[in-house]
Design a protein around this ligand. Structure first.
Ligand code: TGC
Length: 416
């Protein structure tokens, strides 16, 4: 038997005005401060005004919309969690909410903010000299300079310690870099690249150092990776470095940047943003199918009146709610300075896995119409293929969690 609730979807008692929309059945809204919600709403307005009307076209034509960069800068979203140097100094929770709203628009646009802020700017902010920070951070926060972060290589993805890019110190102190990087977001449009290179013996994780490389340095070449089936409104690139000569002061000098813990500290920032971001894509997929299901009639009944549809919507809502709760727990810990990298792995693995399942389920519920660019879920699902892979695959994060649970590293057959 079908009973009808005359209230609109999402108008349940206590959640009438939840900024998270109809998915918020447990009053998550009350866990956020007015400032946090205001920030989320302004990012949502930016997405509604500048991204939603155009994203299907950008995605189809594989265009990264550079014109969006000043808008992101105007809201203070570039390096927003950093202090000083023109950065907004926002909290981790605010940063997470912004990532979530941006990714409700498209993962590629959220990735721009992550690569610029969490990777390139964080590397400079955490590990750079005062001169490096003064030179690059203010224009990067203003969107006048774009940065990229080169860690991954054609043969070194999950295992960055095996990188082959070398930096050799010359008599007189200059450095010469040779090698290649792959899957580097924004490299073709970047003004500056933070390149991680081996200064010691091959495979020596402690020999890895970071270098600040203006992309107009002779020998630096970036090329966009063509024919992607995911993150099409975003740029990922190959970089080749051929005898790139840098002055002595191009190295990131801080002790925190000596060895692989230098780039990993930046990956923690980007992984943290993903935990929130992907829940935005999941929420947008859920809302798309909730709307569609209320309008689309089959067998004389709106799809949302079918029990199987409601069961799927309920499962989606549970996972989105749990995903936001997890993100919020980690965000509050980050703001308190107590966030452990293992907890970031928990969030990244869980929320990516659930978000992609939700986006795929939403596509299925849209039927044939769901494979067109008129509906977001398949675009989200395709994008999330990249998001679940970059910044640590599911397997890497499962093994980080496994090591924390058992005390045994199982990354290699020899049990490292
Ligand atoms: P191990 O090699 O033994 O450790 C090296 C040092 O790093 C420290 N460390 C961390 N520090 C802070 N945060 C973390 N999350 C850290 N993980 C490790 C570690 O304590 C050690 O420090 P020290 O002082 O002893 O030298 O590494 P491990 O055995 O701990 O880790 C193994 C594993 C597999 C987990 C790690 O290699 C890993 O996370 N691999 C995945 C790498 C990854 O996520 N790659 C994606 C990079 S993203 C990119 O380049 C392109 S996408 C971005 C774009 O769009 O441009």
């Amino acid at each position: 038997m079908t009973t009808t609730d005359t209230r609109a979807p999402g108008s349940r008692t206590g959640t009438d005005a939840s900024f998270l929309g109809p998915v918020d059945l447990i009053g998550l809204d009350g866990q956020f401060s007015p400032d946090e919600k205001d920030l989320a709403r302004s990012v949502r307005s930016l997405v509604d005004e500048h991204i939603r009307p155009n994203i299907a076209g950008w995605y189809e034509q594989a265009v990264f919309p550079r014109e969006i960069v000043p808008e992101l800068a105007r809201l203070g979203l570039l390096g927003m969690h950093l202090d000083g140097y023109g950065c907004a100094g926002r909290s981790a929770v605010e940063y997470g909410l912004a990532a979530s709203e941006l990714e409700a628009g498209d993962s590629g646009l959220r990735t721009f903010v992550s690569v610029q802020g969490s990777l390139a700017m964080s590397a400079l902010h955490k590990h750079g000299s005062e001169e490096q920070k003064q030179r690059w951070l203010p224009p990067m926060a203003a969107g006048e300079a774009i940065g990229c972060f080169g860690l991954t290589e054609p043969t070194a993805g999950s295992d960055p310690a095996s990188m082959r890019t070398t930096a050799v110190e010359q008599p007189g102190g200059d450095w010469v870099l040779n090698g290649s990087k792959r899957w580097i977001g924004l490299a073709t449009i970047a003004d500056v690249a933070v390149i991680w290179a081996q200064t010691g013996e091959p495979g020596d994780a402690r020999g890895v150092r970071g270098f600040v490389v203006p992309t107009n340095t002779p020998g630096f070449h970036a090329e966009a990776i063509p024919a992607k089936l995911s993150m099409r409104a975003s740029v990922q690139c190959d970089i080749t470095l051929t005898d790139v000569r840098l002055p002595a002061d191009a190295v990131l000098p801080a002790d925190s940047a000596v060895g692989l813990k230098g780039p990993f500290a930046c990956l923690n920032e980007a992984r943290y943003g993903i935990i929130w971001g992907v829940m935005g894509a999941a929420r947008d997929s859920f809302e798309a199918v909730l709307r569609y299901g209320g309008e689309r009639t089959q067998f004389g009944t709106p799809l949302t009146a079918f029990q199987l549809t409601q069961a799927k919507l309920a499962d989606m809502a549970l996972e989105i709610t749990k995903g936001y709760l997890l993100a919020l727990q980690l965000g509050r810990a980050k703001d308190a300075g107590t966030l452990d990298p293992v907890a970031i792995s928990v969030g990244k693995l869980n929320n990516c896995r659930e978000a992609i399942a939700i986006a795929r389920e939403a596509r299925e519920m849209l039927g044939g119409n769901g494979i067109t660019g008129d509906h977001a879920p398949l675009r989200h699902a395709n994008n999330l293929e990249s998001v679940r892979t970059y910044e640590g695959t599911d397997e890497v994060h499962a093994l980080v969690i496994g090591r924390a649970l058992t005390g045994i590293g199982a990354f290699t057959a020899s049990g490292k």
